[in-house]
Design a protein around this ligand. Structure first.
Ligand code: ATP
Length: 471
């Protein structure tokens, strides 16, 4: 019976050694962790002066930002064994198995001390106890308690550091975060432009690039990509190159892979009837034209009617610079751009198609958030409306508790209608005023399927379109 034993993954230090050099960006996170490396290497220095060795380090950050990588780098830098497992592996069908596995894990790590235990997805067992749907979950609670007991039981000089990763620090049990437990918290952020370029450089190793490749341009085109996405992107580009029987990866391979990663593979073989092609061309031209006209919208990088994934065509807009905040003006511009396709269809064909459904959904969500989360409605003012509840195991938003009156509910509805209508009116006005330009863009799309940024900018410039601010 090996129920109580755990399948721990131990990285051999020589073969897969990872150090801080293999982790791009994350400067502050690395600086924080250097201290941990120092503790592991020279515990005596700290013990002699009466300092306690830190027990738990919690790495927090969105998925794919390099939490596991960084934990392995700490082990690599300090040259200690690294025991890696995912918290979901603790929890099985039988009650008590998790706790026994925790004991087993800590025992093994203590024998190998100095060492690092890395528990991935700690939120799988470390959610606030007693919270959530369907009452408590005994097995999870017991497992969590056992982790806490083990960490409390460390002697002052036990040289085992527990590192854990989560992308949901907000739902963790407070007991985990108390001093003596996971009291060190390291935040990992999504990479910015410069970091993205560095991550790309790391993953470019071993892939022969043609001289056309410019990783800086790739970095500018990938805002919102995590380290894992970027690694995946270069891998996709290498696969495409190998499948085409070529020896070197080109810039085009990489740029095409960006769209593949974002939207799914291109579906060139999808047969479209002429009429649908025309509707799609005008629809995309509508988005692009509104985006180019509104000052607060991001610039258009590409417009295409080649279908990808679920999208019939798409307009790729990217911010000029990294942004952490979004203003009300940008929200409104975004709304108008998302109605660009719908507006173009209704003006040109005097009819609308199902092609706008995802745009409408996006616009509705955006308007709802602007009003109920960001206080962007003058009528309602700055107030959070509705409390969100999370589903225990999937971590998804499933319901929203109404914490406002019927009357406020009606106000939200009417405000949503007001700003959405206003955005649609703006989109329609832009399209009616610049109908000739819309025709030029749509015709070009029907001819060549894709318009790249330069050509698009030339069309806009030649048409003498002046940028406006939405009021
Ligand atoms: P999850 O929350 O999904 O477990 P994670 O934050 O643990 O994700 P990792 O597994 O560490 O993410 O990262 C996945 C891969 O992405 C790494 O193996 C690495 O190839 C790449 N990666 C992520 N961040 C970086 C970075 N800063 N530098 C270099 N590579 C990175």
């Amino acid at each position: 019976m090996s129920f109580g034993k755990i399948n721990i993954c131990l990285f051999s230090q020589d073969k897969d050694k990872i150090t801080f050099k293999d982790v791009a960006g994350l400067k502050e996170s690395k600086e924080e962790l250097e201290e941990v490396v120092d503790f592991l290497k020279n515990p005596k220095k700290f013990l002699d002066i009466g300092a306690k060795i830190p027990r738990g380090v919690l790495l927090m950050g969105p998925p794919g930002t390099g939490k596991t990588l960084l934990a392995r780098a700490v082990a690599g830098e300090s040259n200690v064994p690294f025991f890696h497992l995912s918290a979901s592996e603790f929890v099985e069908m039988f009650v008590g198995v998790g706790a026994s596995r925790v004991r087993d894990l800590f025992q093994t790590a203590k024998k190998a001390a100095p060492s690092i235990i890395f528990i991935d997805e700690i939120d799988a067992v470390g959610r606030e106890r007693g919270a959530g749907l369907g009452g408590g979950h005994d097995e999870r609670e017991q497992t969590l308690n056992q982790i806490l007991v083990e960490m409390d039981g460390f002697e002052r000089d036990t040289n085992v550091i527990v590192m854990a990763a989560t992308n949901r620090p907000d739902i963790l049990d407070q007991a985990l975060l108390r001093p003596g437990r996971f009291d060190r918290r390291v935040l990992l952020d999504m990479p910015d432009l410069h970091d993205r370029e560095d991550i790309l450089k790391i993953h470019a190793k071993g892939k022969p690039f043609d001289e056309s490749v410019n990783l800086k341009v790739v970095a500018t085109r990938t805002p919102g990509f995590s380290g894992a996405d970027l690694a995946n992107l270069l891998n996709e580009a290498a696969i495409v190159t190998a499948r085409a029987g070529r020896k070197k990866v080109t810039q085009d391979d990489i740029l095409n892979s960006i769209e593949k990663v974002l939207l799914g593979p291109a579906r060139r073989s999808r047969v479209t009837i002429q009429k649908e092609r025309e509707i799609t061309a005008y629809h995309e031209a509508g988005h692009a034209l509104v985006a180019a006209t509104l000052k607060d919208s991001d610039p258009v990088h590409k417009v295409t009617i080649i279908s990808r994934g679920m999208a019939g065509g798409y307009t790729l807009k990217l911010p000029i610079e990294e942004r952490r905040l979004k203003t009300k003006a940008q929200f409104l511009a975004d709304l108008a751009v998302s109605f660009g396709g719908y507006a173009a269809e209704s003006i040109i064909f005097k009819d609308v198609s199902t092609g706008s459904s995802s745009d409408i959904q996006y616009a509705t969500d955006l308007a709802h958030k602007a009003i109920t989360r960001y206080g962007m409605s003058d009528v309602i003012g700055p107030r959070t409306l509705g409390k969100n509840h999370e589903l225990m195991f999937l971590g998804r938003e499933i319901s929203s508790e109404k914490d406002y009156s019927e009357k406020t509910g009606e106000m939200i509805d009417s405000e949503m209608n007001v700003i959405m209508k206003k955005s649609l009116e703006t989109a329609k006005k832009i399209i009616t005023t610049n109908k000739d330009t819309l025709d030029i863009i749509a015709r070009k799309l029907m001819e060549n399927e894709t318009i790249e940024q330069e050509e698009f900018n030339e069309i806009i410039k030649a048409s003498g379109i002046k940028q406006i601010v939405m009021k």
